[in-house]
Design a protein around this ligand. Sequence first.
Ligand SMILES: Cc1cc2nc3c(=O)[nH]c(=O)nc-3n(C[C@H](O)[C@H](O)[C@H](O)COP(=O)(O)OP(=O)(O)OC[C@H]3O[C@@H](n4cnc5c(N)ncnc54)[C@H](O)[C@@H]3O)c2cc1C
Ligand SMILES: *[C@@H]1O[C@H](CO)[C@@H](O)[C@H](O)[C@H]1NC(C)=O
Ligand SMILES: *[C@@H]1O[C@H](CO)[C@@H](O)[C@H](O)[C@H]1NC(C)=O
Ligand SMILES: *[C@@H]1O[C@H](CO)[C@@H](O)[C@H](O)[C@H]1NC(C)=O
Length: 445
Amino acid sequence: MSATRIRRFGAVLAAAAGGTSILLFTRPSIAGNDRGPSPDLVRSQINDSKAVVPSRVVQESALIAANNSNPLDILVIGGGATGCGVALDAATRGLRVGLVEREDFSSGTSSRSTKLIHGGVRYLEKAVFNLDYGQLKLVFHALEERKQVIRNAPHLSNALPCMTPCFDWFEVVYYWVGLKMYDLVAGRHLLHLSRYYSAQESAELFPTLAMKAKDRSLKGAVVYYDGQMNDSRLNVGLALTAALAGAAVLNHAEVISLIKDEASNRIIGARIRNNLSGKEFDTYAKVVVNAAGPFCDSVRKLADQNVQPMICPSSGVHIVLPDYYSPEGMGLIVPKTKDGRVVFMLPWLGRTVAGTTDSDTVITLLPEPHEDEIQFILDAISDYLNVKVRRTDVLSAWSGIRPLAMDPSAKNTESISRDHVVCEDFPGLVTITGGKWTTYRRRCS
Ligand SMILES: Cc1cc2nc3c(=O)[nH]c(=O)nc-3n(C[C@H](O)[C@H](O)[C@H](O)COP(=O)(O)OP(=O)(O)OC[C@H]3O[C@@H](n4cnc5c(N)ncnc54)[C@H](O)[C@@H]3O)c2cc1C
Ligand SMILES: *[C@@H]1O[C@H](CO)[C@@H](O)[C@H](O)[C@H]1NC(C)=O
Ligand SMILES: *[C@@H]1O[C@H](CO)[C@@H](O)[C@H](O)[C@H]1NC(C)=O
Ligand SMILES: *[C@@H]1O[C@H](CO)[C@@H](O)[C@H](O)[C@H]1NC(C)=O
């Protein structure tokens, strides 16, 4: 990136970062930050409209300078939502932070999401039917974060109305009650109230919606609100804001091994390989944070070859369709298709993104959507649309791997809780994974 582009980026981000930092500073400070810059200084650095993100050379030198007698407070592995969130949080607390990402920021799962900032209506349903207080708390916290993300990055996110079509009166009552509960759980973090629209009104709001599906005629729809965001840009925003706050942030730099202190058996740093120059160097840190997403087991393996994996990968595919498939500014979500899955169509950059969720997968560097998954989405949405759905309309498709943390008692990936896991199974190496984009900030506290 050229210096001017970085500068322009910095100015835009500084606006977003202001909100983040103000909130972060209201938290209690943690031990060991007494020698870092004061919160006021960090805040003015982030809010300085002329601030320039230091060059790649400077970032790398800062990582190299962190030697055994002068270690960083935290070295973060992974530049997705989780890693960049951790780095920003730690840097704004005045800690000395480094972050390395082997590809580009947000090249992993964080740029392959549905781009919703949501509490998770489905998790609310589970909470109610399983009387699961844990799930309910999850939804509650996610709804709080939903509002916070929109407040922190208003230039990259917005509230989005989503329509749930109902094809019998039971569905009308069921979804209306369910979405009113969603409003209720949101409380003062509510975006807008949900409401029922008649079949006629629904057709006006969503002209491509079928008036009949599976031989049943449309009875109406319940429209509710969630947030939508620009995931990859928000991620890059977090990385650059962390850099403005003083973190040494380097992309195209991979952790290839971990450094262990023989006496204490503690992880005290990592060997890093700069993939643009081929140069290798060591960076020392008091704590190494493993935020490698679906790859966090391969990082844990660097600490111990025989470690039990904790990631239960689950893939999700999205396709992009032409704009006329859905109206601008309104999404369509079908919570239960004929085979019980979720399908949705959301407006995105003047086009329509359609997708589903969850199928078991293996972890690969560049996950690719399978033809049968694309067909499944087309099949599922065609039941609910009055336009002809054709394979040739698919403009692009992508697949992402959810870094779900394993719960040994779970039966399939859909029943694994979306909550995050933070564990230190090796002294000095903290692994943080799971969760949702929406709650990236919460994972840090
Ligand atoms: C299909 C799908 C849809 C989703 N939709 C939503 C949604 O609508 N809303 C929502 O809130 N959440 C959603 N999620 C969940 C959300 O996307 C993830 O929880 C989140 O992006 C995970 O971020 P992460 O930083 O943990 O992982 P990642 O984004 O994968 O980041 C990990 C990074 O670590 C890097 N890395 C790995 N190994 C190394 C190494 N050795 N050295 C250096 N770097 C390394 C990788 O290159 C990668 O960039 C969705 C997930 C999927 C799969
Ligand atoms: C460690 O780094 C500090 C500061 O960069 C430097 O003064 C010191 O000489 C280095 N120590 C070693 C052992 O290289
Ligand atoms: C999202 O980011 C992309 C890439 O920077 C940009 O082209 C697009 O306009 C952004 N969209 C929104 C809604 O901010
Ligand atoms: C960067 O990584 C790629 C893929 O692993 C490799 O092919 C390439 O040689 C690397 N480049 C350098 C300069 O190390």
